[in-house]
Design a protein around this ligand. Sequence first.
Ligand SMILES: [Zn+2]
Length: 404
Amino acid sequence: MDMSVDRSVDRPMEEKVVGLLDEDELVCLTQRLVRIATPNPPADYSVIAPEMKRLMEEAGLEVRIMEGAPGKPNVVGLWRGIDPGGPTLLLDAHMDVVPAGDGWDGDPWAASVRDGAIWGRGAADMKHSLAIMICVVRALKRAGFVPRGSLLLSATNDDETAGQFGLKYVIEQGLQKAGWPMPDFHFLLEASRWAVNVAFKGRVWVKVTVEGKPAHGGTPEKGINAILKMVELFRRLMAMERHTHPLMPADTLNIGTIRGGERPNVVPDTCTATFDYRFVGPCSAEQAVKRFRRVIEMLEGEDPEFKVSEFTVFESRDPVEADPNSPPIRLLMEVIRDLTGREPKLAGTLSAGNAYWSLKKGLTATMTGPGDMSIAHTVKEHIPIKDLVEGAKIVAAYAVRYVG
Ligand SMILES: [Zn+2]
């Protein structure tokens, strides 16, 4: 561990804060938050939101419930810095989890400790991060830390359903209404084993209906089979150029639903399918839709019997990126390197989650944290306790260096 880097930060304070993090406290709080089941759907925040409010208040923060719609609370805490012009750091985690589902080895809401890990729905996505945020503020307070800049904590709703009243509301309206500072850096603590995600794919979801001509199933040549036309469209779409990006996998296309025909002995006269097209930048969602349309137009030009009667874009997000050389990201890489002794890697991923809203607004953001996202929505969801503790150390050190 190299602590010799010459910085204006308070190294003894950083070491003191990190030393004051308590493993039992982190484990107990993570367990307590996993046990407050918040599956989404149905997205009931009536227990977790007051609990997060109480935890933030007890930790010494000013707290506001920022609610863009009834039943959609975001719990936001502020620790004002002594310098009103100082930097503002937002630590962020969501309160909802995906439904538990079947097949668990035990109670998914028990948060039992086994093999050095806490097991349960939300253990890694992301009750552990809510616990880390609270325990870091407690340690900062205990150490007598006086922030120059400001620290914001947000516990948001409806991440798992890409809701409109979660962090989007906090960033676009909640903070302004409260008269609170906007963050310079949004640190979204999603599990990534500390791969620092700075590039995120765009997505468009498209519904297409293709028309055919009905005929008796015994004389298919007299009709136009809409399902076969859709199959040809899918084949062409799959052959589209896959653009690449240095930080993430190439573009993907998924056909998610397909519906057509009534019975085996009738040539289907209509077929409807929905597609999820994920693409890397630089390419706007609008350009992505054009690529999609171009394939359809080519097919229409070649085949007079190919007719599209519906083309609807029902979800659309541009790809977003943070500058990997921006000071907050470089500082984070440095902290991870210092605290873990490992070389952190920059990465990209298929969805920005709540970082989308801050990046769209022109703020710097990253999505990174302890735990493994690949087990997050499974019946094996867990967080190793050593990862939980290491994660808290990284966040604590980062807070000292960023707002200190
Ligand atoms: Zn998550």
